[in-house]
Ligand binder design. Structure first.
Ligand code: DMJ
Length: 565
């Protein structure tokens, strides 16, 4: 990665300095003040005799019991009156989760992912020295599926072995969606303090990424050790973030900096530290500032290109996609509004406008009648849809019931058509699993035309849309389609020691890629399981799913009212 050399503007430096003061030292650096993070109580005075902070804060306690009482449905549902077939299908998916977890535990516990053919662990380079991505990603799925013993094993690993005091270059986006999202969800579901304290501690390590002239974070961050600089650790790490080497001209990626909002709002909610997401004062808040920059910059045809300069705040390249590089930015707009209990009207407007532009410029119908969302390169359409873009059926359905009256029905139909197209991409393969990307050109419809697009890596987006479509329409075909995926996974991806991706979906005996992705446990199996649950399990009335399928609660009540003096 290319090292960024720009120094921080004074305004941001002051903002972060204030944040550092308010947050106090990280728990592991100042044993005397451990409860500042772990006990949920924060003090302004340092515990080591260093200069007192200039700003004091009221003690803060997030009232977990009150939060749980505010939920409208029991998180694991009531399980009343379901038919035996639905139950047995759900139990099958639970068995798959246990199999995936048991093998990870046996061969790769403490590594990031399982290599199921070689029966060992994979570390990778996305998480900057952090380990246990599969553990953290799996926590809430294990809990929801009532795999109690396995959940306890995962929790014990987090308590005893999850080390945040690591060095390395991490993806801000991946750490946020998998680790922060996974820990936050585990906390909200169980009330176990360890998940909250780890999430907050890790969240503070991400702050230096925002040290850019515009406040738009860069993609890569040095997690770095912070143990010698207990007080102004945020300041001392300034500048230690980079843009991806492959991103044009040092740009930041829309789907990366646009996929922080949900988690950062909860970090603020739980810590009482406004730096993550102060709702009242947009000038002090990191993620609200991202919106300000996006609202200021001119959008070609109302579209959001995927690459933005964190230095100038201008677009670097006019490539627009609702799949990779763009995807979850749109998802987080509508989900921010839902998570705010429909109060965040700015997010809703940005979502509505973006969807309108997408429909006008990118949504097309093939000769065979399949609706798809093309990509846009400076005005030229690329008639290709990535597997990643298949989440959009679910997203559009989720937003549809809140659209203007005359658009509701239309958006629901659009969501169903896109989900149908993604189903076709599975249906037209020999394995009944979909390729990484499929095209609509030269007589091809919903199939990969390039060898390099024929693989399937256990991705969730298609079953994610089935789950939303089922919940919002109760059309039984979505459960049927989901069950076809279960059978295909069992047939082609299950190996002796776990589940593996495959290299070619268009052959009946595909070779395996030897990787059990952590998102298979976080998302694919969770969405499949929910597809065969009653609607009150992780009800959409109470929860929104982050882009890694970690449930975060909708803020029905302002729990800041529970600050105790
Ligand atoms: C997941 O990590 C998330 O869903 C992300 O938003 C996109 N890619 C993977 C799964 O395909």
């Amino acid at each position: 990665p290319r090292r960024a050399t720009t120094s921080a503007p004074r305004r941001l430096r002051e903002k972060l300095r204030t944040a550092a003061r308010m947050a106090g030292p990280p728990a592991h650096t100042a044993p005397g003040s451990r409860q500042q993070v772990q006990g949920g109580e924060r003090r302004a005075e340092p515990a080591t005799g260093d200069p007192p902070a200039r700003e004091t804060r009221a003690p803060f306690r997030f009232d977990y019991e009150r939060f749980r009482r505010s939920l409208r449905h029991p998180v694991r549902g009531r399980r009343a009156g379901e038919d035996p077939e639905t139950r047995s299908r759900r139990m099958k998916i639970k068995e798959m989760m246990k199999f995936a977890w048991d093998n990870y535990k046996q061969y790769a516990l403490g590594k990031n992912e399982l290599r199921p053919l070689t029966k060992n662990g994979h570390i990778g380079n996305m998480f900057g020295g952090l380990r246990g991505a599969t553990v953290v990603d799996a926590l809430d799925t294990l809990y929801i599926m009532e795999l109690e013993e396995e959940f306890q094993e995962a929790k014990k690993w987090v308590e005893k072995s999850f080390d945040l005091n690591v060095n390395g270059e991490a993806s801000l986006f991946e750490v946020n969606i998998r680790y922060i999202g996974g820990l936050l969800a585990a906390y909200y579901l169980t009330g176990e303090e360890v998940f909250k304290s780890k999430a907050l501690e890790l969240g503070e390590k991400l702050l230096p990424a925002f040290n850019t002239p515009t406040g738009i974070p860069r993609g890569v961050i040095s997690l770095g050790r912070q143990d010698t600089r207990p007080y102004e650790h945020v300041i001392l790490l300034l500048g230690m973030s980079w843009s991806w080497g492959w991103a044009s001209a040092g740009s930041s990626i829309l789907a990366e900096f646009g996929t922080l909002h949900l988690e950062f709002l909860h970090l603020s909610e739980l810590s009482g530290n406004p730096v993550f997401a102060e709702k009242a004062s947009t000038s002090r808040c990191l993620v609200m500032n991202i919106r300000k920059v996006l609202n200021r910059v001119e959008k070609p045809q109302g579209l959001y290109p995927n690459f933005l300069s964190p230095v100038t705040g201008n677009w670097v390249q006019h490539h627009v996609s609702i799949g990779g590089l763009g995807d979850s930015f749109y998802e987080y707009l509508i989900k921010s509004w839902l998570m705010s209990d429909k109060k965040d009207s700015e997010a809703k407007k940005m979502y509505d406008d973006a969807l309108e532009a997408i429909e006008k410029h990118l949504v097309k119908k093939s000769a065979g009648g399949l609706t798809y969302i093309a990509e846009w390169r400076g005005g030229i359409l690329d008639h290709k849809m990535g597997h990643l873009a298949c989440f959009s059926g679910g997203m559009i359905a989720l937003g549809a019931e809140h659209a203007r009256e005359e658009r509701k029905q239309h958006y629901m139909e659009l969501a169903a058509e896109i989900t149908n197209t993604c189903h076709e991409s599975y249906e037209r393969s020999d394995t009944k699993l979909g390729p990484e990307a499929f095209r609509f050109d030269a007589g091809t419809e919903a199939m990969a035309t390039r060898l390099s697009d024929r693989y399937y890596i256990l991705r969730p987006e298609v079953v994610e849309s089935y789950m939303y479509m089922w919940r919002l329409t109760h059309d039984p075909k979505y459960r049927q389609w989901g069950w076809e995926v279960v059978k295909a996974l069992e047939k082609h991806c299950r190996v002796e020691a776990g589940f593996s991706g495959i290299r070619d979906v268009y052959t009946t005996s595909p070779t395996h890629d030897n990787m059990q992705q952590s998102f298979f446990l976080a998302e694919t199996l969770k969405y499949l399981y929910l597809l065969f649950c009653e609607d009150d399990v992780l009800s959409l009335d109470d929860w929104v799913f982050n882009t890694e399928a970690h449930p975060l609660p909708i803020n029905h009540t302002d729990f800041k009212a529970s600050v105790q003096q």
